[in-house]
Design a protein around this ligand. Structure first.
Ligand code: AKG
Length: 293
């Protein structure tokens, strides 16, 4: 379970359902991002940023009332959010985009802007139940297999700014239906057979298949600032449009201001945003992949 040279990225993701790239950020990038994240988290905890993941709710949509605590900050590329340029430099930068192109086996012109959020220390201890992001727990084995055998048109990652041991995955479970033990397990089962607690050091980047069986366990006493993003590849996946639009990006993406990025990143950002807009135009109506019980 270590880092992999770039040529192995795609094979590792396909085999295990995740792949780890150690030290994807240098110290200056880490410090700049930590400072931006601290400012934004303070705003969000103080009720001054409405796009948040609130306790004790696992799935979107989340209310914008932070008074019961938060576990995430949404829409880091939103033009009204302070530091959105710092977040855009990170999201559209080579440290992310190069491995994404490798993982999706695509060119610059195929990339689509999707989501950039942050997962933070919750105000109270909090756990997510075992889930796959885009398959309901009620799905039959055949339904699971049908989704899991489809090609994946996006890359999803966690980029840790502090040491992070919150995410637990079952390696290999992105390729198969749940076993009987997994189906029958408690939603918060603490020892799922074969589970692996992901351990990220500051600056580590982990890509994972969002339909791997996984959960989060969050300790309110441990600092967490983990950037959580997705980038897509142009394609024919209607479920993907639903997954992106359910996070409410459509209402502000046109207003994103990339003018402070350097010329190369600005062009990349604007082109990726425009492809998302095209995807949004082709899609009407928003539904949710999962609902809280
Ligand atoms: O906290 C994490 O890293 C995982 C979050 C998660 O599972 C989710 O948002 O569905």
């Amino acid at each position: 379970m270590g880092s992999n040279p770039p040529s192995d990225l795609r094979a590792s993701l396909a085999r295990d359902g995740y792949v780890l790239i150690s030290s994807a950020l240098n110290q200056d990038q880490l410090e700049e991002l930590r400072s931006a994240c601290a400012g934004v988290t303070q705003l969000a905890r103080g009720g001054k940023w409405p796009h948040i993941r609130t306790l004790p709710k696992q799935f979107p949509p989340w209310p914008s009332d932070s008074s019961h605590g938060i576990w995430g900050v949404q829409h880091l590329l939103h033009p009204s959010l302070p530091h959105s340029t710092t977040f855009a430099e990170s999201y559209f930068g080579d440290a992310i985009v190069k491995p994404v192109k490798e993982l999706l086996q695509c060119e610059e012109d195929d990339l689509v802007m999707e989501l950039y959020n942050m997962l933070v220390r919750p105000d109270e201890d909090f756990e997510l139940r075992w889930h796959r992001d885009d398959i309901q727990p009620t799905a039959t084995a055949a339904e699971e297999e049908a989704v899991l055998s489809e090609p994946v048109w996006h890359a999803q990652w966690n980029l840790a700014l502090f040491e992070d041991k919150s995410l637990v995955v079952v390696p290999g479970s992105h390729k198969r239906a749940r076993t009987n033990a997994e189906r029958e397990a408690d939603a918060y089962e603490p020892n799922m057979p074969g589970q692996w607690v992901v351990h990220l050091q500051p600056g580590d980047l982990m890509f994972y298949n969002n339909n791997i069986l996984h959960r989060g366990i969050y300790d309110s006493t441990v600092e967490r600032m983990t950037l959580h993003g997705t980038i897509g590849r142009v394609g024919e996946d209607p479920a993907r449009a639903r997954n992106v639009l359910q996070h409410g990006v459509g209402s502000w993406v046109e207003e994103c201001d990339f003018s402070k990025l350097d010329a190369k990143l600005k062009q990349r950002a604007e082109e990726m945003r425009n492809r998302l807009l095209d995807m949004g135009k082709a899609k009407t109506g928003v539904t949710y992949s999962q609902i809280d019980s």
